[in-house]
Write a protein that binds this ligand. Structure first.
Ligand code: UDP
Ligand code: MG
Length: 313
C-alpha cells in the first residue's frame, strides 16, 4: 500500500487540529489504496495547539508532530514537514480545511494513473477573502508573472500532492528567503491542475495580516526575479537621456533669449521627483542586499523545541 504524508502547518490552530484530523481519518477509511502519515508542524503557537498534538500522537500512530521554539512562518513549517515526511507522496494542507482533504482521493488517482509528478490546486474565486485582499492577490499574481521567469499559475495554492522525487528536489533548496510556489515552479516536473472553490475557514481567523502578506509578496518577487534591478537601471538611463535633451534645450534657449532667473519652482519639483525616484530604487537595491545578508549568515530555517521521540531520531 502506498503512503501519503500530509504536512499541516499550524499557528494558533487549537480549534482546528481535531477537525482536520477527523476529515483525514474519514478519507483514509474510504480507500485501501493508500495509508496516511499526518505531520503537524506547530509553528510556535501560543494557544493549546501543542496539547492537542501530543494527545493525538499518543492516540494514533499515524500522527506525528514537530514543534518550533517560536513562530518561524508557514514557509519554514512546510520545509520542516517535507524534510521529515516519509511517504511515497507528500502534500501540504492548511489546518483550517481550506484545502479539502477529500480531494486527496482524486489527486492520488491522477498521480497513480498518469505520468504527472504533481497534482496541484488553484482557485480563481477568492470570495471568502476581503475585497482588498482579493484585489491585492490578483495584482500580486500579475506583477509576479511579469517580473519572474518562472511562471506561476494564477490563483495557485500551496496545497498539492507530489511524488517523492519532486519532494526530494524541494529538499535541495536551503534558501532562507523562501517562496515555495516559486520553488515548485522552478523545479519543474509536470503538474496537473485542479480548480476548486476555496471554502470558508473552519474556525478562527486568518494568520496572515496585511503586513505579513505584503512581506510575503516582496519575498516572492525578490526570491525569483532580479528584474526590479534591471528596471531601476533602465529608469536611470531614461532620466539621463531626458536630462541630456533638457540641457541642450536650455543652452539653445539661453543663447537665443538670454538667461532671465525664473522657473525655480519647476526646478525644485524636478529635484524632489528625481531624489524620490533615486531613493525608491536605492530601496530596491537595499532589499536585495538585505536578502544576501540573511542568506550568507546561513542561519537555520527553524528551531525545533519538541518532536515526537521515536520517529524523528
Ligand atoms: N500558518 C503557519 N505559520 C504562520 C501563519 C500561518 O504555520 O506564521 C499556517 C496556518 O496555521 C494555516 C496555514 O498556515 O494552517 C494557512 O494560514 P491561514 O489560513 O491563516 O492563511 P490564509 O488562508 O488566510 O491565506
Ligand atoms: Mg486559511
Amino acid at each position: 500500500m502506498k503512503k501519503i504524508s500530509v504536512v499541516i502547518p499550524c499557528y494558533n490552530e487549537g480549534k482546528n487540529i481535531l477537525s482536520i484530523y477527523k476529515e483525514l481519518d474519514k478519507v483514509s477509511k474510504l480507500t485501501k489504496d493508500f495509508d496516511l502519515e499526518i505531520i503537524y508542524v506547530n509553528d510556535g503557537s501560543r494557544d493549546n495547539t501543542i496539547i492537542y498534538l501530543r494527545n493525538l500522537a499518543k492516540k494514533d500512530r499515524r500522527v506525528r508532530y514537530i514543534s518550533f521554539s517560536r513562530n518561524f512562518g508557514k514557509e519554514a513549517a512546510m520545509a520542516a514537514g517535507f524534510k521529515y515526511s516519509t511517504g511515497d507522496y507528500v502534500t501540504v494542507m492548511d489546518c483550517d480545511l481550506q484545502d479539502p482533504p477529500e480531494l486527496l482521493l482524486e489527486m492520488f488517482v491522477i498521480l497513480e494513473n498518469t505520468e504527472y509528478d504533481c497534482c496541484a490546486l488553484y482557485s480563481d474565486s477568492y470570495k471568502n477573502y476581503s475585497f482588498i485582499r482579493r484585489i491585492c492577490t490578483k495584482l500580486f499574481y500579475k506583477i509576479y508573472s511579469f517580473l519572474s521567469s518562472y511562471k506561476s499559475h494564477p490563483g495557485e495554492r500551496d496545497c498539492r500532492l507530489m511524488t517523492r522525487s519532486m519532494v526530494n528536489s524541494l529538499l535541495e533548496f536551503y534558501e532562507y528567503n523562501r517562496y515555495i510556489k516559486g520553488i515548485y515552479n522552478y523545479v519543474g516536473f509536470s503538474v496537473y491542475w485542479i480548480k476548486y472553490d476555496i471554502p470558508n475557514r473552519t474556525k478562527g481567523n486568518s494568520k496572515f495580516s496585511f503586513i505579513k502578506l505584503f512581506k510575503y509578496a516582496v519575498e516572492g518577487i525578490t526570491s525569483f526575479s532580479t528584474k526590479p534591478l534591471l528596471i531601476s537601471a533602465l529608469v536611470g538611463l531614461i532620466f539621463c537621456l531626458i536630462s541630456f535633451v533638457a540641457i541642450i534645450f536650455i543652452i539653445i534657449r539661453t543663447l537665443l533669449f538670454g538667461d532671465p532667473v525664473s522657473g525655480w519652482p519647476s526646478l525644485a519639483c524636478i529635484v524632489i521627483f528625481v531624489s524620490g525616484v533615486q531613493l525608491f530604487f536605492l530601496g530596491i537595491i537595499g532589499l536585495y542586499l538585505s536578502k544576501i545578508y540573511l542568506e550568507v549568515k546561513k542561519r537555520p530555517l527553524y528551531v525545533i523545541k519538541e518532536k515526537e521521540k521515536d520517529l524523528f531520531n
